[in-house]
Design a protein around this ligand. Structure first.
Ligand code: FAD
Ligand code: NAG
Ligand code: NAG
Ligand code: NAG
Ligand code: NAG
Ligand code: NAG
Ligand code: NAG
Ligand code: NAG
Ligand code: NAG
Ligand code: NAG
Ligand code: NAG
Ligand code: NAG
Length: 592
């Protein structure tokens, strides 16, 4: 306890007098392996002069940002009541956190260390100490090399959306990739130093580019990408983690679309990875996870003609929340997803124990059941959607006549037109853990008694999802170079199911209860689909056997590649490939 207090005191002194301190010895490459990464206030931490040189070499792009919540705390140098009101208002939005150099979306990942509420404590202890605001690969290289040479913990933040907390860490140097921008389209693509010509439209984008900007840019060309539902999600974390999409059921996952990557390796070299060179990295970085194998600086991926879409907004619910029959109905409808998916349907469905009746109007009270927003592509004909659902809805009405069934079909001329109304608008800024399970056809259709119980349990944790974002397109995808590192179970999956559990900050009991609730909610789905796995980007970081739940049989090869490209563990995160040699002790990162 007392040495933690000492560290807290010393970081404050360090920050207050950063450039007045006498330079302390930095670690030499020849000295024995240090047992922990350097922390401020200890002799191994780089001297102010070293940081100043790093700043100079990046053209003054080194930041020492205060925690974003500090404006709400009277004791802090940046205290500002007016700014605090803005920060509090922004805290629940993705936009606020993605603009900030260090902010992360889910508070427990900055250790609740400076929430924008004056009643809570505020320190810099949950956030990186320095940040490089990178706009070029050269800035990234300088950051990686500095962290490597000085044994400083390194993290990569793009937007901070990460559900598993990989984009923030204490006592670290962070490379902020948000401003690595640029969009260049191609009518066909020749990978660098590669004697192949890929006859597909494509786009090369900076790693900080975000979904809404790509969709908007490409829409002007009548094109789109396999991209995510959140407007501000960036390609950096999305593509390295796999990336599901409304269009993935047709074309494969986001990672499957990648033709080439430019990245800075953990040893600080700028490389190009494609099917002809750095092929191991090319394989690993498409699905092997963010901030593990290198820092992506730009990526080239396929584009597709933007589809016309017909959307069905479907409500299937009951006002009698104590009736178990609603879960039989939900299980039946989800059992139809594989065949509906094979017929071209994709989209998003939400399962809930009790929510305010979404139909509004005269309807009152709360309901249990499911709502869905699902699409057919290349048509604006409502009839196609009506015909597809007719037998399913007829069965529902006959079997569960007490259910509310409401449908609303709308046509959209392009993906972007659909997206403007249907992008992810959920809130952020809580302490939240999510859990994930991929479901194959057998899980959805095998035993509806078991799946009804599993979906009921899933939604007991919070609002649950059953996304129809996999299927034929993911199964038949042909990633360049013969494959990628995406969890193989994705190829068999139709549905990605999640649930999120919020909990009160700075309360270990509440946190443990949330984790137990998450586990309780997911357990029946694990049993229903024991050989599948979880989607690493939207999963519980403490998922048991996360190595195989997130990467399956690819894990061992991924570790070999990690050891080869990052023998010194310059990049370390959790839950990430090959991280077993270090662990966090308080806010330090130490060798096991
Ligand atoms: C509102 C919302 C909607 C979402 N919708 C979808 C969806 O439809 N489909 C889907 O698949 N996922 C979706 N996600 C999950 C999303 O894929 C992950 O949150 C992802 O990690 C976000 O990546 P990021 O770069 O924006 O975030 P960050 O938190 O900045 O980064 C995530 C991870 O990637 C690493 N990283 C980021 N950039 C780079 C880089 N250039 N090089 C190396 N590592 C990097 C970070 O270090 C971290 O490990 C959604 C998330 C949210 C919050
Ligand atoms: C880096 O240099 C710029 C410009 O010289 C300066 O404004 C900034 O404060 C410096 N950053 C740090 C962390 O000292
Ligand atoms: C980061 O760099 C971008 C691009 O140069 C600039 O617009 C932005 O203001 C910088 N952010 C901070 C916090 O310095
Ligand atoms: C490239 O693909 C287009 C459309 O699929 C096709 O019409 C064209 O013939 C192809 N060109 C080459 C050189 O293969
Ligand atoms: C996009 O499609 C519209 C409608 O079909 C057409 O008028 C327009 O010329 C197309 N734009 C491009 C850039 O191809
Ligand atoms: C609600 O469902 C329960 C369990 O099936 C049943 O006993 C009860 O009568 C129902 N209530 C109403 C108001 O229909
Ligand atoms: C149907 O959906 C459209 C578009 O989402 C919406 O504008 C409209 O109000 C809805 N109609 C009904 C009757 O709910
Ligand atoms: C289906 O699942 C239920 C509940 O888990 C179980 O009791 C039953 O034995 C299962 N049926 C079959 C045929 O496996
Ligand atoms: C989550 O955030 C919302 C909005 O900020 C807040 O009202 C709610 O109390 C939070 N939930 C928990 C469990 O802290
Ligand atoms: C912490 O959370 C637990 C469980 O939710 C609750 O019972 C307890 O009152 C909370 N403690 C405080 C100090 O809020
Ligand atoms: C999760 O729940 C299962 C049974 O529901 C239990 O066996 C297991 O120990 C729990 N795991 C954790 C990490 O709580
Ligand atoms: C989180 O903060 C607590 C103090 O509130 C501290 O004891 C703990 O070590 C911190 N954990 C990390 C990982 O920094």
């Amino acid at each position: 306890m007392s040495h933690i207090m000492l560290l807290i005191v010393s970081i404050h002194i360090f920050i207050a007098s950063a450039f007045l301190q006498i330079p302390l010895a930095s670690s030499h490459p020849s000295s024995p392996l240090p047992s922990c990464k350097a922390v401020p206030g200890t002799p191994n931490w780089p001297s102010p002069a070293s940081w100043a040189r790093l700043n100079e070499s990046t053209g003054g792009r080194l930041l020492q940002p205060p925690p974003p919540g500090a404006v709400c705390h009277p004791g802090q140098p940046t205290y500002d009541a007016a700014a605090c009101a803005d920060v509090q208002a922004g805290w629940t939005t993705y936009d606020f956190h993605q603009r900030d150099p260090v902010s992360s979306m889910w508070n427990q990942y900055n250790n609740d260390s400076c929430l924008p509420e004056p009643g809570y404590p505020c320190s810099g202890q949950g956030y990186p100490v320095f940040v490089i605001n990178a706009t070029t690969p050269e800035h990234v290289k300088l950051g990686v090399r500095f962290a490597r040479n000085h044994n400083v913990r390194l993290v990569v933040k793009s937007t901070g959306h990460d559900y598993v907390g990989r984009s923030v860490a204490p006592n670290a140097l962070s490379i902020w990739t948000h401003h690595l921008k640029g969009i260049k389209t191609h009518t066909s693509f020749k990978p660098k130093c590669c004697n192949v010509h890929i006859n597909s439209t494509a786009v090369t984008v900076g790693a900080g580019e975000q979904m809404i900007d790509l969709y908007t840019h490409l829409d002007a060309l009548n094109q789109t990408i396999v991209g995510g539902g959140g407007e501000t999600v960036s390609v950096g974390g999305y593509l390295t983690g796999g990336g599901h999409s409304l269009l993935s059921a047709r074309y494969g996952l986001g990672a499957d679309q990648v033709l080439e990557l430019q990245a800075v390796t953990p040893t600080g070299n700028l490389i190009v990875a494609n099917e002809c060179q750095n092929t191991d990295l090319f394989w690993a970085m498409r699905g092997g996870g963010g901030s593990t194998f290198g820092v992506v600086t730009s990526v080239t991926m396929r584009t597709y003609p933007t589809p016309q879409l017909t959307n069905l907004f479907l409500t299937l619910a009951t006002t009698n929340s104590s009736s178990p029959r609603v879960w039989d109905m939900v299980a039946y409808v989800l059992s139809q997803f594989p065949s509906l998916g094979d017929a071209g349907l994709s989209g998003y469905s939400y399962l809930f124990n009790t929510i305010p009746n979404p139909l509004g109007g005269g309807a009152s009270g709360t309901v249990s059941g499911m709502i869905a927003s699902v699409v057919l592509q290349d048509t604006q004909d409502a009839q196609a959607m009506t015909a597809l659902w007719a037998p399913v809805l007829a069965h529902v009405s006959q079997t569960w006549p007490e259910m509310i069934v409401d449908t609303n079909i709308t046509a959209f001329p392009s993906f972007l037109a659909w997206y403007r109304e249907h992008h992810d608008t959920t809130a952020t800024g809580n302490d939240t853990f999510v859990g994930s399970r991929l479901l194959d056809e057998a899980a959805l259709t095998g035993n509806l008694t078991a799946s009804a119980d599993a979906f009921r349990r899933l939604s007991s944790g919070g609002v649950a999802t059953a996304y129809l974002v996999s299927g034929k397109g993911v199964r038949d995808a042909r990633p360049r170079g013969g494959g990628d590192a995406v969890l193989p179970a994705w190829r068999r999956a139709y549905v990605h199911s999640t649930v999120g559990v919020d909990f009160h900050p700075l309360n270990a009991t509440a946190r443990a209860e949330a984790m137990a609730k998450l586990n309780y909610s997911l357990e029946p789905l694990r049993k229903l689909a024991p050989d599948m796995g979880a989607y690493m980007n939207e999963a519980n970081p403490y998922e048991p056997d996360w190595q195989h739940q997130f990467w399956g049989a690819n894990y061992e090869r991924l570790v070999q590649i990690k050891r080869a490209v990052d023998p010194e563990d310059v990049l370390w995160c959790a839950p990430c490939v090959g991280n077993e040699r270090w662990r966090e002790i308080g806010n330090r990162l130490c060798r096991v």
